[in-house]
Design a protein around this ligand. Structure first.
Ligand SMILES: Nc1ncnc2c1ncn2[C@@H]1O[C@H](COP(=O)(O)OP(=O)(O)O)[C@@H](O)[C@H]1O
Ligand SMILES: [Mg+2]
Length: 257
């Protein structure tokens, strides 16, 4: 369904039972996200952002309401059908990178290829993973393990991994939450480039309003509801910002030896 929005949700509700109390994480969310869009979801901690992302990402199911992905009603899909669709269409990036330790960047990126049912040959898997590490500027770190990489580099490996099955939709939950501002600009440059050049739809969850301005549209959640949905008037351009950053100062020596 090429002309349907990539994402359409209606009356989405999700509640969690915590002992005797019921937490209403989503209280009825209606919205559409166009194919090729770059949307930020903002809101205070506990406002329902991650719950919303887990449903969009087919990791979880709503208690009520409909979710159309690519024009198809996926709200009633069981776990297996959700997993198949998720592998084919969706990539995830998280705040904590979630890379396997003691495993090279290349192998981390290859990992989703082992579960997509396509059974690529080893050489093909390596080539595909390497081409994605190139896109995120890390081809020269392919053999490094996560603990040999900076936080920003680990997040770029995680982005390469998210892309390996060629998703239409990239869901990023606080991807810059553990990164300094300079590194955050570099991560946003990658996300903006993937959106612009490859047409990947990006849904970026953040509680930082300045990070949300890299998106073209900002949807604000409060207490499980959408309270505003606006176009970004002056969208930030991470590529230009990165190029304008001063060079990193050389390490200051501890005085004369
Ligand atoms: N698995 C869970 N079990 C119980 N409560 C949860 C669970 N996940 C989220 N919640 C609750 O749902 C609400 C929304 O959480 P969440 O979607 O994580 O918000 P955000 O990502 O905006 O911080 C919060 O009150 C949170 O405590
Ligand atoms: Mg969250």
């Amino acid at each position: 369904m090429a002309d349907a929005p990539l994402i359409q949700v209606a009356g989405l509700k999700k509640a969690y039972a915590l002992g005797d109390v019921v937490v209403h994480a989503l209280r009825g969310v209606d919205l559409a996200i166009e194919r090729g869009g770059f949307v930020a979801v903002v809101g205070a901690s506990g406002s329902g952002k991650s719950t919303f992302m887990n449903i969009l990402g087919l990791l979880d199911r709503p208690n009520a309401g409909r979710y159309f992905l690519d024009g198809e009603d996926v709200s009633s899909f069981d776990r297996d059908r959700r997993a198949i669709l998720r592998n084919r269409k969706i990539g995830f990036v998280f705040q904590s990178f979630n890379l396997l330790p003691r495993t090279s960047a290349l192998e981390n990126v290859e990992l989703p290829l082992l579960y997509n049912g396509r059974r690529l040959a080893t050489a093909e898997r390596h080539a595909r993973a390497l081409s994605l590490l190139e896109i995120v500027g890390l081809a020269d770190r392919a053999r490094h393990a996560p603990n040999q990489l900076s936080g920003g580099q680990q997040q770029r490996v995680a982005i390469a991994r998210a892309l390996v099955n060629d998703p239409e939709l990239l869901l990023a939950d606080e991807p810059t939450g553990n990164l300094d501002s300079r590194t955050s600009v570099e991560i946003m440059e990658v996300l903006q480039r993937l959106n612009r050049e490859r047409g990947i739809t990006v849904v970026l969850i953040t509680h930082e309003h300045d990070i949300a301005e890299y998106a073209e549209r900002v949807i604000a959640f409060r207490d499980g509801r959408v309270v505003s949905d606006t176009a970004v008037a002056r969208r930030r351009d991470a590529s230009a910002e990165r190029d304008a950053l001063p060079p990193i100062e050389p390490e200051v020596q501890d005085g004369p030896a």
